[in-house]
Design a protein around this ligand. Structure first.
Ligand code: CO
Length: 224
């Protein structure tokens, strides 16, 4: 199976005028959606009430709506390389603020994925460019968990574990943002979840690091 194809489309690889293909497929998709979900577009044009805020990797192989079987309107989404939560990132913080405080979302999900290129880059030698600064944070995560990682049998095991630990650390960082803390303070039942997706079988694993209140977030610090 070609992983670049949509279920009902053919492969995009090697075709001329690729962007035309997207517009063509968009028309087909719109037609199909109208047939299968009459009234959906009319409803979505009025407002959005997503139930989930997804913070995931930019990796093309991890499309949030497709892998969770969700529809337009179900999920508010932020993606960056290696699904990082950076407190000085105005982009992410704006999405988080709008998602939690305006849209009223109670489930924030950080979803990483095995074989993440961003995590891999942070395990290798230093390099140049903006991505080097970005993944520098994962080098810190690896350093904090050095003992656990070094005890693992091989490089692949360390890579897999660092992907998981990185998600847990982002859940922790998210739970320390004023946006999440204020929501908890106000009695909101906000859940911050940590998940990891496998490229090899398309399955998501819940890392069971869910935070639902401030005390749990603080407790996580002591396990570091
Ligand atoms: Co990735």
């Amino acid at each position: 199976m070609n992983n670049r194809s949509e279920p009902k489309g053919g492969t995009l690889r090697g075709q001329p005028d690729l962007h035309h293909q997207l517009l063509h497929r968009n028309r087909e998709w719109s037609r199909r959606m109208k047939k299968e979900n009459p009234g959906l577009f009319t409803e979505l044009a009025k407002h959005q009430h997503p139930f989930f805020l997804w913070i995931g990797c930019s990796d093309s192989r991890v499309p949030p709506n497709q892998i969770t079987g969700t529809m337009p309107g179900d999920m508010f989404i932020h993606r960056n390389i290696a699904n990082l939560v950076v407190h000085t990132d105005q982009n992410l913080m704006s999405v988080l603020d709008y998602g939690v405080n305006v849209l009223g979302i109670d489930h924030v999900i950080v979803c990483g994925h095995y074989n993440c290129g961003g995590v891999k880059a942070a395990m290798g030698p230093e390099f140049d460019g903006p991505a080097a600064d970005w993944v520098r944070r994962i080098r810190d995560v690896a350093r904090w968990h050095h003992r656990e990682l070094q005890a693992l049998p091989d490089e692949q095991a360390r890579f897999d574990r660092l992907v998981e630990i990185n998600v847990s650390e982002q859940v922790y960082d998210l739970s320390r943002t004023s946006i999440i803390r204020d929501a908890w303070e106000a009695g909101r039942p906000v859940h911050v979840h940590g998940w990891v997706y496998s490229l090899t079988n398309g399955l998501i694993t819940d890392l069971e690091v869910t935070r639902t209140r401030y005390e749990e977030a603080v407790g996580m610090l002591t396990t570091r």
